[in-house]
Design a protein. Structure first.
Length: 166
């Protein structure tokens, strides 16, 4: 089973077993009844979503019929994953964040720029965090003006930089 990260439990909400999840994907998997996987260190635990709602840009969920804050405190800081085989097919221009992290970035001329290390969601959209060969980072907006091509199979992303971007 191959797992994809979908979020991290960052805290509790209220006293009835609800947890706050910082989502790492724009494709939420927190539908009631979905089976996800919680990782704590080296341990993986299956969870079933009982409820989901959004509050202040955070996903609030309950799972495994846990209805008390004391039952969920131990999960704060845990990452939540989905089994890749449970994922929907994406459109041609859609990507899972896990698929983008680790891609090698090149210019259209073929010059290697570095490796995509992380993805940040901001109100304006998605920002790729590029680690350059000199160990510095650059932030690349994930929009068609800067992203010429994404090729998951070849592990590369083609970027059209403008002056000052890198």
């Amino acid at each position: 089973m191959k797992l994809n990260l979908v979020g991290t439990i960052v805290g509790t909400h209220g006293i009835k077993g609800e947890v706050k999840v910082k989502s790492d994907t724009s494709f939420a998997r927190f539908t009631v009844g979905n089976t996800l996987y919680l990782k704590q260190g080296n341990n993986t635990k299956e969870i079933v979503i009982n409820s989901h709602r959004v509050h202040k840009n955070m996903d609030l969920i309950t799972f495994n019929n846990l209805k008390n804050i004391n039952d969920v405190l131990e999960y704060v800081g845990s990452e939540i994953y989905v089994d890749v085989s449970d994922l929907d097919e994406l459109e041609d221009d859609e990507y899972y964040y896990d698929d983008l992290i680790g891609l090698i970035a090149y210019t259209e001329e073929g010059k290697e720029l570095g490796v995509i290390q992380d993805i940040n969601e901001v109100p304006q959209g998605i920002i790729l965090v590029l680690e350059k060969p000199d160990q510095t980072t650059a932030l690349i907006p994930f929009v068609e003006e800067f992203i010429a091509e994404v090729n998951i199979e070849e592990n590369k992303i083609i970027i059209t930089p403008i002056e000052g971007l890198l």
